[in-house]
Ligand binder design. Structure first.
Ligand code: RP5
Length: 162
């Protein structure tokens, strides 16, 4: 008997719809690697109860969480504190401080609670890191990720075009 499941491998969450143009890059790379995901808006400040509910139950549906936020970007850290899943934070660029505020908010976690952090706006790399985590125990993802890496390596020319 086939057991159907609505489980997804990755949750992509973001503090605001305004983060979506950047967070789409995580969706794109996950799609390329045939990794299924859900995408949701979950704000640490504007929807704290939604964030709590999401984070407390995330391990029932997902294996990795990608969390993007900008400015006083507490989403990834707070979700890390509430969930045992690995959380990858994406600091979103801001107008006032160019995303340095977001970067420091996401990366400077206290000892004992971990958030992996990618470069400002680099949701693509968050997707890749999620894939690398999944590849540890998922042969299909491992194969897709290795193919991606090999293709990328081959695409780098030895000489720049004149
Ligand atoms: C953060 O505030 C969001 O993650 C977003 O990056 C930033 C601005 O949000 P909006 O004012 O555009 O909704 O919470």
């Amino acid at each position: 008997m086939k057991i159907t499941s609505n489980k997804k491998q990755v949750a992509i969450i973001m503090g605001s719809a305004s983060d979506y143009p950047i967070m789409r890059d995580a969706e794109k790379i996950l799609r390329l690697l045939k990794i299924n995901f859900d995408t949701k808006i979950v704000s640490a400040h504007r929807t704290p109860y939604r964030m709590f509910e999401f984070a407390k139950n995330a391990h029932k549906r997902y294996k990795v969480i990608i969390a993007g936020a900008g400015g006083s970007a507490h989403l990834a850290g707070m979700v890390s504190s509430l969930s045992r899943l690995p959380v990858i934070g994406v600091p979103i660029e801001t107008k006032s401080l160019k995303g340095l505020d977001s970067l420091l908010s996401v990366i400077q976690m206290p000892k004992g609670i971990v958030t992996a952090t990618v470069a400002i706006n680099n949701a693509n790399n968050a997707g890749l890191l999620a894939a690398q985590i999944l590849a540890l125990f998922d042969k299909k993802v491992e194969k897709k990720f290795t193919e991606f890496r090999n293709k990328q390596t081959k695409s780098v020319k030895i000489k720049p075009k004149k």
